[in-house]
Structures are given as C-alpha cells and as structure tokens.
Design a protein around this ligand. Structure first.
Ligand code: ARG
Length: 400
C-alpha cells in the first residue's frame, strides 16, 4: 500500500473530497499539486489553501503555461492536430504536461503513488495513467473517484461533514475543462445530441465585435511568432489571437466524438485561438510544403491526433512522428492574413520568402514562363496506359 500520494488537484469538488477520502480510507499522506495550464477563472492561491484545508500535508501550484505552450501546444499545431478532423485536443494535450509535473512532484516529495480525480467513463483517466506509466513505471496510480461510488450529493455531504470548503452546488450544470488552447463543455442538457447548447455554455466566443478586421499571423518554422507584426511569446500570442477571434463569436465546435473507452460523447468546445492558428498554419503550408511532403503529412496528421487523444503522447510512434513533423517545418515561415467578420474567420492571403508558388509558372499573363510545348508529350505519356487499355479491353469506348 502506498504511503504518500501526489494528487492532481483542481480545487473542484471531486479532488477536494479525494484528498480527505484517501487520507481516511487508504491511510496515506496527500500532497496536492495544482498545475496551471491557463485555466481562465482559477485563483490558484485559493485552490492551494483549499487543498490544505481538505487535509493535504503540502499543496503546490505549478505554473507551466509557457512549457505547455512550447512543448505541447506548438508540436500539435505544427501537426495541425485535430481529433476526428474537428477537435484541437484541448484537454488531451494538457494531461501529459500535468503528469510530467505530478511525477516530478512525486520524486521531490518521496511519494510512491500519484492520483487523479477522473471518472471511469472518460478519456482523461487513460491519459493520466498511460502517461504516468510511460514516465514512471514504478509509481502506483490511484483513481479514488472511479471507485468510491459516491454521487455528487454524497460528495457534497462528505465535504460538509469533514469541513472541506467547497463552493459546489447540488445542481452542476456542465463539466468544464479549459486551458490556453481552448475550453471543453460537456454534460447537462447537452447529453441529448439534438439539444441546442444553452447560451450559458459559451464564454470565450461571445460575439461583441461587428466591425470586420484583418489579423495577420506571422510564423517561423511552423511556430506562430507575431500578430499584426508584433512579436509575442507563445502564451501571449495564443491569448491575443483567442480573445480577438473569440470576440467575433467564432471558434465553437459542437460534435459527437468517439471516446477511447468506446462511448460516443456529445461535446461542445470553444477554441477560437487553436482553430484560427491551425487554419493559418495549414494555409501557410500550402505554399511552403512540396506536394508529396504535404500529402504524406496530411495522411499522418489524423494518426498523430489520435495518439494524443488516446493518451499516447509519451510513446515511440508519437516521438517518431514528431521527428517527421519537425523535419517538414523548416520552411514554414511567412504570414497569413485572416479576415474576421461576425461568426466568420477566413484566410484571405498568405506569403512566404520560401514560397513554392511561382508567379511566372502560374500566370496566364504575358509574364508566363511555363513551357507549353512540354505539356503535349507529357500528357500523351500520362494517358498512354489508358489508351492501350481502351484499344484492347475497354467496353467504354462506344458508349458516347
Ligand atoms: N472530450 C474531450 C477530451 O476527451 C474533453 C474532455 C474534458 N474533460 C473534462 N474532464 N471535462 O479530450
């Protein structure tokens, strides 16, 4: 049985109850670690004090926003990573960085286990546990919420009984998880996939702007580095793009996705920054990646997204795909112009010093440098096999 456990602590009802519950039921010491990945509305000092009030022997807050942006979000952006073609992996990307810090804290505090507050139905338990085993196979993983069989009401009663200061109410409308890269809102009325999400669901994409505007994103080697010519670090850049794009009411996703554990789940997301940056990045690739490289990359991108979704951030295939993606990004440098209008974000231009777009080849004007005479022989050979087939075997010829 473990003696000291490092808990991924959010400050919410479940993880607050989990602190006390593990002390009482498992006889362990609990070190609470809250990881700041850019949650919008968290006061981490309050979170820390709540963990101590719940009985934690120690409580730490780790600000890993810069690290999250640099080492997790940016690789995903370079890969245009979207699960099932639509979801930019907001929650899925944060779990491995959280686990990295849990494991580091476990080492610092001489703990022999880590714990999380995930239920048994979701993807996050998979990400926590598989990532932990990848980084620290010797640590035990405890998942109190999965096994304790308490309802939300039971948890509130438990917190009251033990003097745990929580702010939860009996009726919890949604389950929300957010970070720099966006916001996931599940449950409540949205469990009916036909139900329109109630207006209270949205907070990052409330339309307040009506005046159209352009937004120019500058990239270097696949990484966004500037907005309208102003150089910004990843965290600031993501924040800025998110608040501008979100103010046009753009960046919402409403989908039914396939969880790793076999459940179809109705999900709503607000991802103004991630969707706009992926849109811009992929567009810049259209002029900077050679055709075969672009097509092969596009073939691998969904696989890369699946690995992240399925908790395999720390895995040999993911590492190998990272090497491929990094190699592809050397020339993804340049600018993309986005046009923002209410509920709309469109690319209206792209340019790069490494652009493979050749005006002299593309133009139909006088500047045309394309060798038209080369085409006749090329097309003849291109169709030669089909011509031979048509003469000897095909029955299509006389249909016309
Ligand atoms: N369905 C999304 C995912 O699996 C969002 C999960 C949100 N997590 C949460 N605890 N509410 O990545």
């Amino acid at each position: 049985m473990p003696k000291r456990v490092v808990l991924a602590y959010s400050g919410g009802l479940d993880t607050s109850v989990a602190v006390k519950w593990m002390i009482e039921e498992l006889g362990v010491e609990v070190v609470a670690v809250a990881v700041d990945v850019g949650q919008a509305s968290e006061d981490f000092e309050v979170v820390r004090e709540r963990a101590l009030a719940a009985g934690a022997v120690e409580a730490e807050v780790v600000d890993c926003r810069a690290e999250f942006a640099r080492d997790f979000v940016m690789p995903a952006l370079k890969a245009n990573a979207m699960y099932e073609g639509r979801y930019p992996l907001v929650s899925a990307l944060s779990r491995p960085v959280i686990v990295q810090h849990l494991v580091a804290a476990a080492r610092r505090h001489n703990a022999d286990a880590v714990a999380h507050g995930c239920t048994g139905k979701g993807n996050d338990q998979v990400r926590f546990e598989v990532s932990t085993r990848a980084l620290a196979p010797d640590l035990e993983v405890i998942a109190p919420v999965r096994g304790w069989g308490m309802t939300r009401e039971d948890c509130i009663a438990y917190a009251d009984r033990h003097g745990i200061p929580i702010t939860a109410t009996k009726e919890k409308l949604y389950s929300i998880d957010d970070n720099l890269w966006g916001r996931a809102i599940e449950c409540g009325p949205m469990e009916d996939p036909w139900a329109v999400p109630p207006p209270g669901v949205w907070s990052l994409t409330l339309p307040t702007q009506t005046e159209p505007r352009d937004l120019v994103i500058g990239f270097e080697a696949g990484i966004p580095v500037a907005v309208d010519g102003e150089r910004l670090e990843p965290v600031e850049l993501i924040d800025k793009v998110g608040s501008i794009v979100g103010s046009y009411g753009w960046g919402r996703i409403d989908m039914v996705e396939n969880r790793r554990v076999g459940i179809k789940s109705r999900e709503t997301y607000e991802c103004p920054a991630s969707l706009a940056l992926i849109l811009a990045h992929a567009d810049l690739e259209s002029i900077t990646l050679e055709r075969d490289l672009a097509r092969e990359k596009a073939r691998l991108e969904p696989r890369y997204a699946e690995l992240i979704y399925d908790g395999l951030w720390f895995s040999p295939l993911k590492q190998a795909l990272d090497a491929f993606v990094d190699e592809s990004q050397h020339y993804v440098t340049g600018e993309v112009r986005l046009r923002l209008e209410p509920n709309s974000c469109l690319v209206t231009g792209r340019r790069s010093e490494h652009s493979l777009y050749d005006y002299a080849l593309a133009t139909y004007d006088a500047a045309d440098a394309f060798h038209h005479e080369d085409s006749a022989g090329f097309v003849r050979l291109w169709g030669l096999g089909i011509e031979t087939w048509a003469k000897r075997q095909s029955s299509l010829g006389d249909l016309a």
